[in-house]
Design a protein. Structure first.
Length: 562
């Protein structure tokens, strides 16, 4: 579908509640909100504002949503702002509250879908920040299939500590150093006070910035959206332009499913692995593809990663944060390099009404200044995500390697049925070099909610064991996690996955070159142990978490509830 497509009925949905005498009650209600005849005659644009005071990722979004609405009005549309929830991963990390994080993705998607459907919006703009906001928004767009644009609230700037840039990753890792007496109370307190200097999502290429990059590569946000810092005036300017872009998209009649094609998903995966993105990209892109009814498999990530160079030196594994990438041209610079090398589909459509190639046509490749490398001279010839299988993960597991594709580790298991127990063992220095820490019953059903494990992984790294200890779990990792950490092990323990059979001392092998995750047990021994295993009682049987546990699918299928 190209820009010369005949004009689409821009009130293709809202005419249901604005036309005819039988809709007089609906119009009466709308007039009470201040709408006049002209406003009622214009297309209705939903503006989902995910603002919240619970996290710096989102507490500024109201200001951005106001600017988006202004842009919609100036483009002769009628905006309707509405809200939904946000859960802060960084604040709930390491606590029972973290179980709500992934569940919030589904609630966000459901709430945006329901409001947009009920109020007959002709188009949708979402303004979002924290990790689960972004996939939740795109999942809703895919379900609704009305013209839609995603706006990212932007990245936080790095803080300064003792003359160097720092971010929230440094604080989590400092907790591990502090537990070993390598950092004083005063130093930890000083770091805590400066690491997060203001509004915006976590600074490195953690899950929020990974997903903003993937969404830009999908074609669902305006070019450049992913890397602009939250406090940069350009973010407000972008919000103003989104209104015009929305009305243009609506006139063309381009729907999310016109954009969310197989080619778009392959582009998003390629950009994520080229930049060293979060393992959560696997979970979220699988979930979005499910909503868009696009066939996508966990093995696709491994295939694309094997064939895509790693070209962005981003934290947590590298040196730089999102604001640094923005200074050298942002995600378009990464995409341009990949496109020129034949590693992206240039004919994939985007919310501009143009293709990826058309959007990047006039972009000049500039000096990446060590942040972005060339495809010819990459940090690694393969991308950052690896899918493992074997007798411990028949459905798959995910590890971020960030260039270390030769990793091989064989060691004894230290098995824990809860994240908190593992964290205490790390804190008490009970984990030794060579160990394989196993945290199970933390999967989508078993947690429930598939908690991220940044508190544990950061404590291990902070103790200086980041290269010597492997951690495997049926839970998840924060995008700030780095090192030999294997997540999303499926099937999970709660449904009888092989990870439930493990005992202390079992010898586990992690073999990246051969994509293997195995325990040194025969099939018959594994099955005998599984028959005898007794799972711990569920921690949540009612409420939102209880409902989620009953409905949620395997992590290898995106942990979706539809």
């Amino acid at each position: 579908m190209q820009a010369d497509t005949p004009r689409f009925n821009v009130k293709h949905k809202s005419q249901e509640i604005t036309l005819g005498p039988e809709r007089s009650p609906a119009r009466s209600m709308l007039r009470a909100t201040g709408l006049d005849d002209a406003a009622l005659a214009r297309p209705f644009i939903g503006v989902a504002n995910l603002a919240s005071d619970v996290t710096p990722c989102n507490f500024h979004l109201g200001r951005l949503a106001t600017k988006v609405k202004q842009g919609v009005r100036e483009a002769r549309g009628t905006p309707f702002e509405f809200g939904t929830i946000t859960v802060s991963d960084g604040i709930s990390m390491g606590t029972e509250g973290m179980k709500a994080s992934l569940v919030s993705r589904e609630v966000i998607a459901d709430s945006i879908e329901l409001v947009s459907m009920a109020e007959w919006f002709d188009g949708l703009i979402t303004v979002a920040g924290c990790d689960k906001n972004m996939p939740g928004c795109i999942m809703a767009m895919a379900r609704l299939n009305i013209p839609s644009i995603f706006v990212y609230g932007g990245t936080i700037l790095p803080g300064r500590f003792r003359g160097r840039d720092v971010n929230i990753q440094d604080v989590f890792e400092a907790v591990g150093a502090h537990s070993q007496g390598k950092m004083s109370d005063a130093d930890l307190d000083e770091l805590e006070r400066v690491a997060c200097p203001g509004e915006g999502s976590c600074a490195g290429l953690f899950t929020a910035n990974t997903m903003s990059s993937a969404i830009e590569a999908l074609g669902m946000s305006l070019p450049g959206d992913a890397s602009i810092p939250a406090v940069d005036p350009r973010k407000m300017e972008e919000c103003q332009r989104v209104g015009e872009a929305m009305l243009h998209l609506l006139e063309l009649g381009i729907m999310p499913r016109d954009i969310l094609t197989r080619k778009a998903f392959e582009n998003a995966i390629a950009v994520a692995v080229a930049m060293g993105g979060s393992t959560n990209a696997v979970l979220h892109l699988l979930a979005i593809s499910r909503e868009a009814e696009v066939p996508l498999d966990i093995d696709d990530f491994d295939y694309i990663s094997r064939n895509t160079p790693y070209i962005a030196d981003m934290r947590p594994g590298g040196k730089y944060v999102m604001a640094d990438l923005d200074k050298v041209g942002g995600v378009p610079q990464v995409m341009k390099r990949l496109l020129d090398a034949g590693l992206l589909y240039g004919d994939a459509l985007t919310v501009t009404g143009k293709t990826v190639r058309e959007n990047l046509e006039s972009l000049e490749v500039i000096d990446g200044k060590g942040v972005v490398y060339s495809v010819a001279s990459p940090l690694s010839t393969s991308g950052s995500l690896v899918i493992l299988k074997g007798n411990l993960a028949p459905e798959g597991a995910v590890i971020k390697v960030a260039g270390n594709h030769d990793l091989y580790h064989k060691g004894p298991a230290r098995v824990f049925d809860r994240e908190q127990d593992a964290f205490q063992a790390v804190k008490k220095s009970e984990i030794k070099s060579g160990d394989v820490v196993v945290i199970r019953y933390e999967g989508p059903k078993g947690g429930p909610g598939m908690r991220e494990m940044l508190a544990v992984t950061a404590a291990i790294v902070g103790q200086g064991l980041g290269d010597d200890v492997v951690l495997i779990t049926d839970g998840r990792f924060s995008g700030a996690t780095h090192g030999p950490m294997v997540g999303h092990v499926a099937p999970e323990a709660a449904v009888g996955g092989p990870i439930a059979a493990l005992k202390d001392g079992d010898i586990i092998t992690l073999d990246i070159p051969n994509r293997l995750l195995e325990v040194d047990l025969s099939d018959s021994e594994l099955q005998e142990r599984l028959r005898a295993s007794v799972p711990p009682p569920p921690t949540h049987t009612t409420g939102a978490l209880g409902k989620y546990a009953k409905l949620v699918s395997s992590a290898s299928a995106g942990a979706v509830t539809t």
